[in-house]
Design a protein around this ligand. Structure first.
Ligand SMILES: Nc1nc2c(ncn2[C@@H]2O[C@H](COP(=O)(O)OP(=O)(O)O)[C@@H](O)[C@H]2O)c(=O)[nH]1
Ligand SMILES: [Mg+2]
Ligand SMILES: [Zn+2]
Length: 307
């Protein structure tokens, strides 16, 4: 028997996935269906607290409209810090990120890529690297960059949504996973999303006068036993709430067996007998070490870390 305290709407409520969020409403898909429905928010719900990937309970309002009653607890949510120092949730209930970097136009933002990889290690979510625009880059440089990350054990694909290079491998890599596409603006995230069948037009709530689609909205596409979320470009991505002493654990090659610094709490910067620094330029790529020190340098500013 249902709890008497539940309102009428609760009795008709069913679980639905958030596909995209507009200003006053959202596109949702009830579990087991990929048909999109337009839903508004109950007053008790903060619109900012709902993101693509969220599971909500929604009930019918009238023939065409639904209302989101509440959000279900999340298994994981990816939060990033905005330039203004605020925290912004990008996607919920994902189990992996696909880090998209263009090989050219714009050139790879290697430190952001490394920071995202560190994030995935520290949060134990799976990372896949997608390098786009191989047609605009020097093939030797492509192999060097891809080779570095493959050597670290990351699944690394070279993809081109226009020529469809690498797309079959990408589909297999994403199967049965809940993945967020993340990367700078202009690297090709939305092109990949569309190439895999994602609808780019689903944020367009404005025609109905019920909200407005902005480029700040992410959107979700169902895949075989999983989903893919396209997100707006992130100018920067910064690790959030990770103690400085743990950042090194985000760099897999720093903690390989055999790496033994003289001091167990070595920060791998200026301590004598540092095995990590001794390996930079040989076993550890200089670019990776530079990414690491850049994160630590920022971490020394107490404001962003003490939140
Ligand atoms: N030459 C080339 N252009 C690409 C490739 N992938 C995406 N683009 C182009 O890059 C631009 C930005 O792509 P978009 O998907 O909007 O990037 P997003 O901002 O990351 O979503 C578009 O003009 C795409 O057509 C690629 O592999 N090769
Ligand atoms: Mg885009
Ligand atoms: Zn060290």
């Amino acid at each position: 028997m249902r709890d008497k305290a539940l309102g009428a709407s609760d009795r008709d409520a069913a679980p639905a996935r958030i596909v995209s969020v507009g200003r006053n409403s959202a596109w949702i898909a009830f579990e087991g269906s990929d048909e999109l429905r337009l839903a508004s928010f109950r007053k008790s719900i903060e619109r900012e607290s709902i993101v693509p990937g969220d599971l909500v309970m929604a009930s019918p309002l009238d023939d065409e409209r639904y209302v989101i009653d509440r959000r279900e607890p999340r298994s994981f949510a990816l939060e990033r810090r905005t330039a203004g120092g605020r925290s912004k949730t990008m996607a919920a209930n994902i189990d992996g990120i696909a880090i998209v970097s263009a090989l050219a136009n714009p050139p790879p933002h290697v430190s952001m890529l490394d920071e995202l990889l560190a994030f995935s290690e520290l949060h134990e979510i799976e990372a896949t690297l997608l390098f786009t625009k191989p047609d605009l880059a020097d093939p030797a440089a492509v192999e060097t960059l891809a080779g570095l990350y493959r050597g670290l054990g990351y699944r690394t694909l070279i993809v081109n949504p226009k020529s469809r290079q690498g797309l079959d491998a990408l589909v297999s890599a994403l199967a049965a996973r809940r993945t967020l596409l993340i990367g700078q603006s202009g690297v090709g995230k939305s092109s990949l999303f569309r190439a895999l069948g994602g609808r780019a037009d689903i944020g367009e709530l404005s025609r109905a006068g019920r909200g407005r689609q902005t480029t700040s909205a992410g959107r979700l596409h169902y895949l075989e036993a999983g989903f893919l979320i396209d997100s707006p470009g992130v100018g920067e991505f910064q690790l959030h709430g990770i103690p400085a002493g743990e950042v090194a654990h985000g760099f897999v090659e720093f903690v390989q067996p055999g790496t033994s610094c003289r001091f167990t709490d070595c920060s791998h910067r200026s301590e004598p007998g540092c095995a990590v620094r001794a390996a930079v330029g040989t076993r550890i790529a200089t670019s990776r070490y530079e990414s690491y020190t850049a994160i630590l340098a920022r971490g020394e500013d107490p404001a962003p870390w003490a939140r």
